[in-house]
Design a protein around this ligand. Structure first.
Ligand SMILES: Nc1ncnc2c1ncn2[C@@H]1O[C@H](COP(=O)(O)OP(=O)(O)OP(=O)(O)O)[C@@H](O)[C@H]1O
Length: 291
């Protein structure tokens, strides 16, 4: 990773609210084009971290750089390069989708080349709602609009705080497609917070597990699962008897079983080391650790 590739650089970040330490010593980096999930239980410090990176909250200690600048002191030109998806724009119920996108796009003129409102509406799946008033949108459509407003200035870094809370499965699916589409372009670094393992696994190339203000896991879903839950498991039955074996190479074991037992082999199953088991194990371990 070269210094130019590092878009988010956090070292020794601490946050104290009164007498409560919400972040102890958080250190991580994100590269250009990377999708990073901050995963953790309630109160882990996800929102606090992301608000500090967005420049909306002053930290207690530590070094934070986003696009080479300290968010606590960065100016308008920096802000134009950073996208933040806020909770729904409920105050603008009387505005039409295109109008609001055009209005917000106009703020970026002079800093970046914002999206054309109609192209952006189409990109987030709101082409059919461009002329609709915001208060008439469904929850999922409104969330798409939130995302559209977050990306209207073509940000280099996009922050999404619990983006799919309250979504139905179809809206979640569409939203995931939208984020994957943005990520596929490779120019936007995306940092999202979630409680949802499935969402983290689907969207993020890398997952940071945060618990009680500390990072207790960092890697791809597969790396985390292997590191903690260990090996995959192969299960089978042979002449009415059940067997199981842990293995690092399930394909090789399955091949061997077929070679040795052929048609006598039944109920063959490969269980991958799961992110869920890893997460529960990580968070469970941290429960017993000193704070
Ligand atoms: N403004 C505040 N004043 C005092 N304490 C706060 C404040 N904001 C957050 N906290 C505390 O800091 C800790 C981390 O909170 P934070 O909201 O960052 O967690 P989170 O991981 O985003 O949780 P959730 O998943 O529930 O949204 C919690 O103990 C919370 O009570």
């Amino acid at each position: 990773m070269t210094a130019d590739d590092v878009v988010v650089d956090v070292a020794g970040l601490r946050m104290r609210y009164g007498t409560t330490d919400a972040l102890h010593d958080v250190t991580f980096q994100a590269r250009r084009g990377e999708v990073l999930a901050l995963l953790g239980p309630n109160g882990a410090g996800k929102t606090t971290t992301i608000e500090i990176l967005e420049g909306f909250r002053a930290r207690s200690a530590g070094r934070v750089e986003v696009l080479g600048a300290d968010p606590a002191r960065a100016g308008e030109d920096w802000r134009a390069r950073v996208g933040v998806v806020l909770q729904s724009w409920r105050d603008h119920g009387k505005w039409r989708v295109r109008e609001l996108l055009a209005q917000v796009a106009a703020y970026y003129t002079g800093y970046t080349t914002p999206w054309d409102p109609d192209e952006l509406a189409a990109a987030v799946g709101l082409a059919g709602q461009s002329d609709q008033k915001i208060r008439t949108l469904s929850g999922g459509q409104r969330r798409r609009l939130d995302v559209a407003l977050g990306i209207v200035g073509r940000p280099e870094v996009l922050f999404l705080d619990e983006p799919t809370v309250g979504f139905d499965p179809a809206a979640r699916h569409d939203f995931h497609d939208l984020v994957r589409g943005l990520a596929a372009e490779g120019r936007t670094t995306i940092l999202l917070t979630t409680h949802d393992l499935d969402e983290a696994e689907r969207l993020a190339g890398r997952i940071l597990v945060l618990d009680h203000g500390r990072i207790i896991g960092d890697g791809t879903a597969e790396e985390l699962a292997r590191r903690i839950a260990g090996r995959d498991e192969v299960r089978w039955s042979l002449r009415g008897e059940r067997f199981s074996a842990p293995t690092d190479e399930p394909a090789r074991l399955v091949h061997q079983l077929y070679r040795d037992h052929g048609g006598d082999l039944h109920d063959l199953e490969v269980r991958r080391a799961s992110l869920e088991a890893t997460y529960l194990s990580l968070v469970g371990r941290a429960e017993g650790a000193p704070r």
